[in-house]
Ligand binder design. Sequence first.
Ligand SMILES: *Cc1c(COP(=O)(O)O)cnc(C)c1O
Length: 392
Amino acid sequence: MSELTISERIKLEFERLTQKNQEYIGYPLTKNFDYQILAPFLNLQINNVGDPFTPSSLGIDTKNIEKEVIGFFSQLLNAPQKDVWGYVTNGGSEGNLYGLYLAREAFPTGMVYYSESTHYSVKKNLHLLNMQNIVIRAQENGEMDYHDLENSITSRRHQPAIFFLNIGSTMKEAIDNLANVKKIIIKLALKNYYIHCDAALLGLIAPFHNPKPLFDFKEGIDSISISGHKFIGSPIPCGIVLCKNAHKDRVGSTISYVDTKDTTITGSRNGLTPLVLWYALKNLGIRGLKNNVIKCIELAKYTEERLNELGVNAWRNNNAITVVFDKPSIELCKKFQLATEESISHIICMPGVEKTQIDLFVDAYNIEIRQKNEQSLLMPEINEEILWPEYF
Ligand SMILES: *Cc1c(COP(=O)(O)O)cnc(C)c1O
């Protein structure tokens, strides 16, 4: 076989990815976007080095756009622009790392409390930051067990508490209840505490929930991380982190080499993703976002109903777009790119997931269940003649 040319390889890779993009229904990644208009930027060096609010001596950035994106999110999350600061990250994980970093700078001896439903990257980040931490039990629906939380804090009331809350857990889209956490803070008269919210998926969804969960700056949170490539969708992973100004001011010194502040985790930063987020948000507007949320919730409801008809214990948290159910075979999980954990799987009804795909999956799962039932109905063969032995 002759070697493929560069353009043939690119074509092949594009076709494979296009196919795989169409097929998945198990991950929280929006698929119906079009950023062709931004293609010319691929031919430029773009670098948002350092703090977005401090211009660098290097002028090839999109910090003006990045600041607008941060402004949008701070308004959405009820923070006066002058009180919060933030930047466009490489994804939700970096935003969580940053939030924990700020928490540690605020309370170097603090104890981090997070539930067992928390994203796998958090444990590693706590290790990187060398922070003391306690895993709190989760309830069946994935939400933090508040009794366990209270019991864990009671014996360490004098140690600063750092709450790491899930606003949409990875597997079950569970929302930790900030009001319950605040009740514990008051009951135990905690003086020093920090609240970080991991809203990787729900940061742009939960503001439209009815009733709206409490997780924004008006409710007293200190920082929040949101993924950009999840609900907005992006060919490059990205995200947003926001924090109270006072926390940011504890970190980052001015670097003379680039003449900007080193407040961010990485030095050189992506200048393309702020453009992607800005374009998507401007294009969709609040109305578009809201419509997407409504459509996704409706499709999730449909998915839940169809799966329950098969008898596979499908369920969702309130308003969730994630449908949790009994894990199907490995073959089906692979074909539809489903995430699994222990005995459960989930489908996440993101923008771009079509009803026809849900139907395809339900039909395939139905066949699998029927085959399993038929197998268990097969009775052992018994030779009738043996049952009538002759006696002489
Ligand atoms: C996806 C996710 C993350 C990680 O976000 P990335 O953008 O993939 O880095 C963190 N927390 C939760 C709850 C998530 O769902």
